[in-house]
Write a protein that binds this ligand. Structure first.
Ligand SMILES: Nc1nc2c(c(=O)[nH]1)N[C@H]1C(S)=C(S)[C@@H](COP(=O)(O)O)O[C@H]1N2
Ligand SMILES: [Mo]
Length: 237
């Protein structure tokens, strides 16, 4: 298991990024409607690779055969709460891309945007160049244990330099798109910045990041409570 240094820093080493505050716990979180949508397949991290590729893939176990890594990093939700020093395990996206996607699927060279979709139907997208950063993981463990339903089982993206809404949970499909394609997003488009870099406070489109801080903060407690309630109901089924 190879540790990867993270740009986002660990406890005590760096101040929180602009506008962020440390939360007491790692909430289950997201857009309201997704609170009660849960993945159907949790046994293995299966993943479809589609879009501008020569050969679409339906992988039963996306991480198999690839080198495993661990990373310690902070998590920053766009609504301004952060948790520090989480330990994620999985496979680097860049390794998955170079050893599986490129040889098997052969994505078009013009495809520089990747749409990410979860089993719950949540959608976002990232620049391929951001996904290829050395600290981006396809993660299946958190703090040494298998990823739970609350934090994205069976597979989620971990992208330390980007806001939490890019960390697709229950990841089930990645779609290669030409650079100028508008991928579908969960929620309203203004809420999804194409890069969403935490250090630059790219919280959303059009509306400046510092202003979104104040619009989002009142939503944190009710949203976290709603997600926790839905999760409890799911566990009691
Ligand atoms: N599939 C899926 N991925 C998702 C979401 C979601 O609702 N569904 N919410 C996003 C948002 S807005 C945040 S802040 C983080 C929250 O991750 P957590 O629930 O592990 O804290 O997941 C992101 N990834
Ligand atoms: Mo979020």
């Amino acid at each position: 298991m190879l540790p990867i240094p993270s740009a986002s820093g660990n406890r005590g080493l760096s101040p929180l990024p602009p506008g962020q505050r440390e939360a007491g716990r790692f909430h289950r979180f997201g857009l309201w409607p997704y609170a009660s949508r849960f993945p159907r397949h949790v046994a293995t991290p299966s993943l479809d690779v589609v879009g501008a590729v020569e050969r679409p893939l339906q992988l039963r176990d996306a991480l198999s055969g690839l080198p495993r890594h661990e990373i310690r990093c902070d998590f920053h939700c766009v609504t301004t709460w952060s948790v520090r020093n989480l330990r994620w395990g999985g496979v680097r996206f860049v390794d998955f891309f170079e050893h599986v996607v490129q040889p098997q699927a052969a994505p078009a060279a013009t495809s520089t945007v990747v749409a990410l979709r979860g089993q719950d139907g949540a959608r976002t997208g990232m620049h391929l160049s951001d996904l290829l950063a050395p600290d981006v993981l396809l993660a299946d463990t958190l703090d040494g244990a298998p990823l739970g339903i609350d934090h994205g089982a069976p597979l989620r993206l971990v992208a330390p330099a980007h806001y939490g809404y890019k960390w697709a949970k229950h990841l089930s499909r990645i779609e290669f798109l030409p650079a100028d394609t508008l991928y579908r997003v969960a929620g309203w488009r203004f809420m999804d910045h194409p890069r969403a870099r935490v250090a630059l406070e790219e919280r959303g489109r059009v509306v400046p990041g510092w202003l979104l801080r104040y619009l989002y903060r009142p939503l944190i407690n009710p949203t976290a409570a709603h997600f926790a309630r839905s999760h409890r109901r799911y566990q009691q089924r």
